[in-house]
Write a protein that binds this ligand. Structure first.
Ligand code: NAD
Length: 427
């Protein structure tokens, strides 16, 4: 990854452009372009070999004008405070674009779970909560899983919070396992949400999804379920890419006749890494990790990390590509965005496309408050309604005002958050 790339600067640049278009006053701009609160802390852990290792953790609370901060916790060796700041900011816009009563937050720990035992990971989870327990809570800030964290991590975190606070507080965290306050459909929510918006975009463009092909970056939670629903809709996925931990580089896995999701899942580890040798045996062409971007397909779905489509590779996107659905957060730099805009490729921006996860987390909160849980069909049908409604509002505005989809989505979100901040008398 480009070491000079700063996702928070990019988030602020995107905000500044829209603030200008909305003619926001200086005070509101200053307030919304920075987080309300930041926590930076050390998490000392007694490792299995008897040594102590100290991990760096962050929780950034961007904005709570529309409701409690909400956002995942990522475990990643290359985590930086600016990545967490950017993701926290994008969470604010994401919750606003799908119109749920939540604000933005995000957390991260610089660590690599590939190299940590379960016990060590549990200690990181508990240490993370001990550091911030007084500043989170069901009505204050509600974390969730994200890259390389999962429902088990969430249970450890909830348990530590409950020990500190005394009592049961299932609402302190979402993404809990089903049966422990989790919602059915949460695992599918982000990937399916991406595909609900792809379905609507293709409808708006007059393209039959059954005639389309797609290439995906990443083969984790988001990508796997996006591919699942895409295939259920009749689309053909021809390429996925993923990170190879042993080689410390990424690879693309290509099958022109269409990848078989189930057979690939059988040879994929829990981090979304595909076994190369077994993929070759199954007839996949294994090539460079960047090749997912140059496939001759109709749809590209970046669903791995930020900063993946940039100035140096944007021109290698095939002429056939009509739609980019951003499953990941911040996968496209402003420089690449400009080129994509000029080429007339339809973009479903990240904070709209991948809002299914937080929408389902909100459903988890609603069900938890009622202490009554919906069937998976009910959850997914409500999710489809919410995503379709959000997509339609953004698309209608983009048509009415002749705006790029990303700008239209930002106009809706930023206006909503600015208005809530004003109504509260904060700005
Ligand atoms: P994950 O950890 O389950 O999977 C990530 C995938 O990306 C893995 O297959 C990994 O091998 C691959 N990957 C990592 N580095 C790569 C590289 N350089 N090139 C190609 N592949 C690479 O993560 P996820 O939950 O699927 O999240 C993916 C993206 O979606 C992230 O940007 C995350 O912030 C965003 N997101 C996730 C959710 C959610 O609910 N999971 C919600 C909103 C946004």
């Amino acid at each position: 990854m480009d070491k000079k790339f700063n996702p928070f600067k990019m988030a602020q640049q995107q905000f500044d452009e829209i603030a200008e278009k909305l003619s926001l006053d200086q005070g509101t701009r200053q307030f919304l372009r920075n987080p309300q609160k930041e926590m930076h802390f050390s998490i000392p852990v007694k490792m299995d070999d008897g040594t102590t290792q100290v991990f760096q953790g962050f929780r950034i609370q961007h904005n709570s004008a529309r409701g409690p901060h909400k956002g995942g916790i990522r475990f990643h060796p290359q985590e930086t405070v600016d990545t967490v700041r950017a993701l926290s900011t994008w969470m604010t816009w994401k919750c606003a674009v799908v119109d749920i009563p939540l604000g933005g937050g995000k957390g991260g720990v610089i660590c690599d779970p590939h190299n940590l035992s379960n016990r060590e990971q549990e200690q990181i989870c508990r240490g993370f909560i001990r550091a911030i327990a007084k500043d989170i809570g069901p009505l204050v800030d509600v974390p969730a899983p994200d890259v390389m964290t999962n429902p088990q991590h969430m249970v450890w975190m909830m348990d530590e919070y409950e020990k500190i606070m005394g009592g049961k507080f299932p609402g302190v965290i979402t993404g809990k396992p089903v049966g422990m306050g989790g919602s059915l459909g949460r695992t599918e929510a982000t990937g399916y949400g991406v595909m609900y918006t792809v379905r609507e975009a293709l409808k708006a463009m007059g393209i039959d999804i059954k005639t389309t092909t797609a290439s995906f970056q990443g083969f984790g939670n988001v990508s796997q379920y996006a591919i699942d629903l895409f295939q259920q809709y009749g689309g053909k996925a021809v390429c996925v890419s993923c990170w190879d931990q042993a080689d410390q580089k990424s690879y693309s896995f290509i099958k022109e006749s269409g990848i078989n999701l189930q057979e690939l899942l059988k040879i994929t580890d829990k981090f979304g890494g595909i076994n190369k040798a077994k993929a070759v045996e199954l007839g996949y062409k294994v090539s460079d990790g960047n090749d997912w971007l140059i496939q001759d397909v109709d749809i590209l779905v970046p669903a791995a990390l930020e900063n993946q489509i940039h100035g140096e590779n944007v021109n290698s996107i095939s002429k056939r590509v009509k739609l980019i659905a951003e499953g990941a957060n911040g996968p496209t730099t402003p420089e690449a965005d400009k080129v994509i805009h000029e080429r007339g490729i339809f973009v479903i921006p990240d904070f709209l496309a991948n809002a299914g996860g937080v929408t389902c987390s909100y459903f988890e909160q609603v069900q938890g408050n009622m202490n009554y849980f919906w069937s998976k069909e009910e959850v997914l049908s409500k999710l489809d309604d919410a995503m379709t409604k959000a997509f339609t509002a953004v698309y209608d505005l983009s048509k009415r005002k002749n705006l790029f989809m990303r700008d239209a989505a930002y106009m809706i979100s930023i206006s909503r958050v600015a208005e809530a901040s004003k109504n509260r008398g904060w700005v």
